[in-house]
Every structure is written in C-alpha cells, then in structure tokens.
Design a protein around this ligand. Structure first.
Ligand code: ATP
Ligand code: MG
Length: 438
C-alpha cells in the first residue's frame, strides 16, 4: 500500500467546511479597511533574504531562528515572515511614495515562521495587515488603532484589551539602551544565550524574550516611558487624547516592545485571554525610520497585522457569528439520459440568473439522489423522469415544507422558479424576523 503523505507540521488545511469562517473575517476586514480609505496590495510570497535582515532586524527571533530561507539554483530567497517589509519594498519600488500621501494599503497574506507549533502558533499562518505611509501625526496612529478596533468589533469580539506603549525615537532610545545595559549587566550570566548577545547589540530585545528566566530578570528593568524625549512624550499623550475621544479604552503597558526591530514611538497590541497563551490577536505600531533605511525617501509610516487564525479561534471560543455559506437553490434529479440533457439546460439558465443549481453527475438512483439533495441542503428539488419530459411538467418540491408546485419545463420555467424562490426566501426572512421580535 502506498504511504499516505500528510501536511507538514505547523500548517493547516482550510477545507470547504471551514472556509466560510475565513470569508467572514476577510470580508469584514476588507470592508472596514475600504471604509477607512485603504486599498489592497498584493506582494510576492518570497523576497530577497536581505530585505528581512535589514527591516525586521538581525537580533530578532524572526530573523535569528524562524526564517524559511530557500535556495533555487544559485539565488537565495526567504519566504515572507511578515507583510510590512515586502509592502514597503513594493511602495518604494513602484514610486508610490512620490504620489499623494498618505499612501494607505491593506493585505491578506500567508506568513512563514519556523516556530514551535501549538494552538494559535503555526509555521504557515495568515495575516490581515495595513500600512499607512506619509503621516507623522498622532492622529494617524489613532486612525490605525481605530481601524483595528472596528474590525474586532465588527467580528463581534468581546474582552479584547488594547495595550499601548511608546518605544520612542532613536534619540530617546539611546539613553534607554544605556540604562537597560546597566540594569542587565550584573545578571548577564543568568540570561539565555540569545539574550547575552542581545545585551550588546540590542538590549531592548531582552524584554521580548519568551524564556521565563529572562522574563523574571526583566521584571524590574527600567521602563522606556521614563526616557522619552519631549517630542515622543507629547506624541504619545496626544494619541491617548484621540483614543479617549473615540471611546477606545486602552491600558498602557511599558513592557510592549514588539518582536520586530523597525518600530518607533507608538506600539500596540490587542490581546485576549480566551485562546490560551497565544493571545495577541493584533500587533502594530509606527516605524518612522524604516522607509529611509530601506532606501526610500524619508517617510514616516505605521501599520498593524492581525493573525487570522487567532482571530477566528477567538471568534469560535466566543461563539461569534460567521456568515453561513450559501446552499444549493435547486437540485435536479434526472432519471435517464434524455433527462440529463434537460437538467443541464435548465441548470444553465438558472445559474445565469445567479442561482446555485446542481444535478446528478453520478448516475445514481432516485433514493440516493434525494439523500444527496438533503445533504447539500437544497432548497428545492425537481425530479425529471419519462413522464415529466413527455408532459413538459414537473413538481418543484420545497424541501423544507414538503410543498409541491407544478412547474412547466418551457421558456417560462426560469420566471416561475424565480417567483417561487423569491417567495420562499421572503418567507424565510420573515420567519427570522419574527423570531428576533419574540
Ligand atoms: P507573538 O508574540 O505571539 O509571537 P509576534 O510579535 O511575533 O507575536 P507579529 O510579528 O507582530 O507577532 O505578527 C502580528 C500578528 O500575527 C500577531 O499578533 C499574531 O496574531 C499573528 N502571528 C504571529 N506569529 C504567528 C504564528 N506563528 N502563528 C499564528 N499567528 C501568528
Ligand atoms: Mg513571534
């Protein structure tokens, strides 16, 4: 017997039974982004490895431990571990930053990170993200946070806490780095190997370490908010004022530094406690230096990324509503070869009018066909046998009520079906409405 091949660890199949959940969240995210004036961008799945070294940062976990780097012939590429670097590369390469600012884009894409797979942590996962380039104003920070919050609200999520922090600009961060170094130096030998090198190169990364020992040592470390320059401080205060005006509740968490190196000033996370340890559903912030660092003209920018697996997991746990997939409107059961042709022709017409129509392609008997029609939740069924073809009349059966209506199989078929189907849909809507009113 042939050996079954299974999917790689840390990847998931999204089958048709699950896909409607994805369509629901993707639909909400797209529509909300468009409401805010963001437009979709699509970028390659792989980029030159250098792009991520230079943007995400050499001392981050993502670059040091998690990248999928592939070699094809003599060239090396890396599967994107996140969407910002590629999006900014694309904005620069396509001259978008010379156009009217701000540039506002969103994306839905898969990301690849070689992590230890667990609930809410995969090796291939999906993000919905947005990036806005051109604005320094804290009103754009508020705009981005408000966009993320609107998506989470429209998805029906509850108990999501927004944590915000400012990690300052390079000027305030230099002072903060010295303070952190001085704090961690006496504990150097207790830190994990990665953090020992971080201590020299980028001590703030230690605050993001997942090792419990490093986290314990970091508990009393100095906090960045005490080191912010006047400009960064007032930016952060203004943002809080805007959030309050928008009635977006937040808590300030000076421990958030984010896992990627490019952030400046505002950083934020939306966190839930409903899906276990991997509770960060959305993370983002400002990255004013990144575009220049990547060879573009100096342009402030910011964005966020939402983990779609975590978002869906939270929605499932909180019993949020997903938009149900559309079922079959009409199932046609042909009983012989000439009926197959009539079924095809009727189906062709109704599909043109937007109906979901199926007919038997398995050459099954009536009983098996009815079983199938039930399984696909068909709203109506017609059986086409010798009698029906001869008389050009058939019974259209409403599968929910059992009601049968005679219908002619001529050019009036489509119109008649339309009448009955609309009545039926209206009946259904009214029933839902009555239920809601009770
Ligand atoms: P974490 O601290 O959970 O590792 P991160 O800081 O590495 O997250 P980001 O790089 O900011 O995450 O990515 C944005 C979002 O993408 C996260 O908030 C999360 O929802 C999602 N995400 C990140 N890594 C994974 C993963 N391996 N599997 C599933 N979702 C992920
Ligand atoms: Mg991570």
């Amino acid at each position: 017997m042939a050996i079954k091949i299974t999917r790689p660890q840390g990847t998931e199949d999204i089958t048709p039974k699950q896909i409607y959940k994805w369509h629901t969240v993707e639909g909400i995210a797209r529509e909300t982004a468009e409401n805010f004036g963001f437009h979709e961008i699509r970028i390659p799945t792989f980029e030159s490895t250098d792009l991520f070294l230079r943007s995400v940062g050499e001392t981050t976990d993502v670059v040091q431990k998690e990248m999928y780097t592939v070699k094809a012939k003599e060239t090396e590429f890396t599967l994107r571990p996140e969407g910002t670097a590629g999006t900014i590369r694309s904005m620069i390469q396509n001259g978008m930053l010379n156009d009217a600012l701000p540039q506002k884009v969103y994306y839905i894409l898969s990301c690849f990170r070689h992590e230890r797979p667990q609930a809410g942590r995969l090796r291939e996962f999906h993000q919905f993200g947005v990036e806005m380039a051109g604005s320094q104003s804290p009103s754009s920070d508020a705009e981005i946070i408000s966009l993320a919050k609107t998506i989470l609200d429209r998805a029906g999520l509850q108990n999501i806490i927004l944590h915000i922090n400012s990690i300052g600009c390079p000027a305030c961060r230099a002072k903060y780095h010295s303070a952190l170094k001085a704090y961690f130096e006496p504990h150097k030998s207790e830190l994990c190997d990665t953090c020992q090198t971080r201590l020299e190169k980028n001590p703030m990364r230690i605050l993001d370490c997942k090792s419990p020992i490093c986290a314990e040592i970091a508990k009393d470390a100095p906090i960045i908010l005490d080191y912010l320059c006047d400009e960064c401080k007032s930016h952060f205060e203004k943002l809080q004022e805007y959030l309050r005006a928008l009635h977006i509740t937040f808590s300030i968490d000076p421990k958030i530094v984010r896992g990627l190196d490019y952030y400046t000033k505002t950083v934020f996370e939306f966190v839930t406690t409903d899906i276990g340890a991997q509770g960060t559903v959305c993370g983002g912030g400002r990255y004013d230096g990144l575009i220049e660092q990547m060879g573009g003209k100096p342009t402030p920018a910011l964005g966020f990324a939402m983990g779609l697996e975590r978002l869906i997991l939270t929605m499932e746990n909180q019993k949020c509503n997903f938009k149900e997939p559309k079922n079959c409107d009409l199932y046609i059961a042909p009983m012989d070869e000439s009926a197959v042709i009539t079924a095809m022709q009727l189906g062709q017409k109704l599909r043109e009018s937007g109906y979901q129509v199926e007919y038997d392609v398995m050459k099954r008997g009536l009983k098996a066909q009815m079983k199938y029609a039930n399984k696909i939740n068909a709203s109506f069924v017609i059986v086409l046998g010798e009698n029906e073809l001869q008389s050009q009349k058939a019974n259209l059966k409403n599968m929910q009520t059992g009601e049968q209506t005679e219908i002619t199989l001529d050019e009036t078929f489509e119109e008649k079906f339309d009448d009955i189907a609309v009545q039926y849909m209206f009946h259904d809507v009214m029933k839902d409405f009555e239920k809601e009113c009770q």
